[in-house]
Ligand binder design. Structure first.
Ligand code: EPZ
Length: 420
């Protein structure tokens, strides 16, 4: 397993190109199962999760070709069962359930593994698809779904933590080929859902309301192939913006969509970070002294849970106390114990972390746990004095395209090392 060896203390300077969004391209790749015609997806990030999804589509009988950042998929002939091990390993693969059910009227998809950030239930996916007339049962680690005919219906998809992103994706995709109209209330409003809806409409679907809590899908007979360019990754952009502020540098984010992460920009400005949105690109630099701010993660357009860990590192640098409350996942503070090894003072109180910022950080060997926590540890390593070795960075490679190369181009002292 690879590690990243980082020597801290170097402010980041320069321009970074933001890649396509992981959480947009995965459901869009799943949506190609809804037609037997060819689909072409541009600005697909080179990530292990994307490779995984391609392998899953192939295991279902689709033809998949990857040429740089363009993926071509043709699902002419399909089976209903993907590769159990592949699907179990990646939660994002759950979104093949809806398309398979709509296309084949049956699907057998392995239950995705839980992951370090929480139990990852599927009750809302089940509720939504049953709302379209599907029969769903859990059997031997699989979700087994059958539907003689999908019938449009009114479905409320809000759960204990608010909307579900992949649940909304699954039900929306299945509803495109259902008989009649489907209304989804308490739908997820993330930009990735809008991007998926745009791709589905390019395939001939009839979806309105994407980006709002109420989605309306008028079922059609069949969908055709389409070509689409994926939106830029707002979580990657937010991660680099925080890295610039944390290292007291100044970077330009090329190709980012600031309107996709307004809550992060708002909190960074409150913390004293200078963000210039006047030009085509975003320019980020630490302005005055960093100030402590309180953050609560929320469904979109609130502060994203996928940026909580990275923001916590920035708050560890601000003089004063910040309270960070995680309202989306039940255990997304795995990075706290690793940050403590660098000298931070962060106490967990239920869903909140109390960050007593302003203590100096010094390097140490630390362990990555989930994708976004790994990014936070890399930022911390770039700030801590001395050397930090971040182990198990395969987590990072799942969701950040060439992150060490991009950081090196910004001046970071960072080396990928093979673990002996
Ligand atoms: C998507 O996961 C993203 N992943 C996550 O990003 C992101 O953190 C999450 O949405 C934010 O909501 C992809 O898009 C591939 P959810 P998803 O269903 O859809 C509960 C990353 O780092 N819930 O929106 O799986 C759930 O437990 C990843 O890129 C139910 O209760 O998440 C959680 O508390 C991490 N029942 C909340 O809803 C269900 O049936 C939001 O989960 C489904 C979810």
């Amino acid at each position: 397993m690879d590690s990243l060896l980082i020597r801290g203390g170097v402010p980041l300077h320069g321009t970074v190109l933001i890649s396509g969004a992981k959480n947009a391209v995965l459901p869009i790749m799943a949506a190609t199962l809804l037609t037997s015609e060819k689909c072409v997806i541009h600005r697909a990030p080179k990530l292990t999760d994307v490779t995984f999804m391609g392998d899953i589509l192939k295991s279902l009988g689709a033809e998949v070709e990857v040429e740089e950042n363009t993926i071509t998929v043709q699902a002419a002939r399909l089976t209903g069962t993907g590769d159990y091990d592949l699907i179990r390993k990646m939660r994002g693969s759950l979104c093949i359930l809806g398309p398979l059910l709509a296309r084949l009227r049956h699907a057998r998809v392995s239950l995705p593994g839980g992951c370090v950030i929480g139990s990852r239930p599927v009750d809302l996916h089940r509720k939504g698809l049953e709302g379209l007339g599907a029969n769903i049962r859990i059997e031997g680690g699989y979700v087994v779904a059958t539907a003689p005919q999908l019938i449009g219906g009114d479905i409320f998809l809000g759960g204990r933590a608010g909307p579900t992103v992949l649940g909304t994706a699954n039900v929306m995709m299945a509803a495109t080929l259902a008989q009649g109209t489907t209304v989804i209330e308490s739908a997820a409003c993330e930009p990735e859902i809008i991007d998926l809806a745009n791709f589905l409409n390019a395939m001939g679907a009839k979806i309105t309301g994407a980006g709002s809590p109420t989605l309306r899908i008028q079922g059609v007979e069949q969908l055709h192939g389409a070509e689409h360019e994926v939106i830029p990754d707002r979580i990657e952009a937010a991660t680099f913006a925080i890295a610039a502020a944390a290292t007291d540098g100044e970077i330009t984010l090329k190709g980012a969509r600031p309107d996709h992460f307004g809550a992060v920009i708002d909190k960074l400005r409150e913390a004293g970070v200078r963000i210039d949105r006047s030009g085509p690109d975003l320019i980020v630099k630490r302005g005055s002294e960093l100030r402590p701010v309180d953050v609560t993660t929320m469904p979109y357009s609130g502060f994203p849970t996928d940026v909580q860990a990275q923001m916590m590192v920035l708050m560890a640098l601000a003089q004063g106390t910040s309270i960070m409350t995680e309202r989306i996942f039940e255990s997304r503070f795995m990075h706290v114990s690793e940050l403590a090894r660098l000298g931070t003072d962060i106490a967990i109180e239920g869903p909140s972390a109390i960050v007593k910022g302003g203590r100096p950080m010094s390097g140490a060997p630390i362990m990555a746990s989930d994708l976004r926590a790994s990014a936070a540890l890399v930022i911390a390593g770039m700030v801590a004095s001395g050397e930090t070795l971040v182990n198990r960075i395969y987590h990072l490679d799942r969701g950040y395209e060439n992150i060490d190369t991009k950081l090196k181009q910004l001046g970071a002292n960072i080396e990928r090392v093979q673990e002996m």
